[in-house]
Design a protein. Structure first.
Length: 129
């Protein structure tokens, strides 16, 4: 089947009423080498700092305005604002976060170039040290 209702996927709470739903090879088998997530951030909501050791990520801001932060391997940091219609790219292995600093909800489609992307949360990395 080449059609999938992403909102039927098991949502993952991110705090407040911010949630993420995803499609990957486990629930949408035609995604060969890709996965997709819909990130809904409530006003003030944040997708905390994390990295994908096996996937690069492209973001498309569908609704609202978000702040995106990226830290590269040589500790070069970029923080920028992305509004509706903007596409951003996060290289594989880079630490990154997405925050809604506005009073309006935001929705971002995340596309990763791996059917089973791994996620390492910064909070988990910090706790391991």
């Amino acid at each position: 089947m080449n059609r999938f209702q992403i909102m039927s996927a098991e949502p993952r709470a991110l705090g407040g009423d911010s949630v993420m739903c995803g499609a990957d090879a486990s629930n949408f088998p035609c995604l060969d080498g890709l996965s997709m997530q819909l990130l809904r951030l409530s006003p003030g909501g944040e997708r905390a700092a994390h990295t994908h050791p096996n996937a690069a990520q492209m973001d498309f801001v569908v609704k609202g305005t978000v702040e995106i932060g990226i830290v590269g391997p040589s500790v070069d940091k970029q923080i920028f604002t992305a509004e509706e219609g903007v596409v951003t790219f996060i290289p594989q292995g880079y630490l990154h976060w997405i925050a809604n600093r506005t009073n309006e909800p935001a929705e971002i489609v995340l596309i990763l170039n791996n059917a089973k992307p791994e996620t390492l949360e910064f909070s988990d990395m910090h706790d391991a040290v």
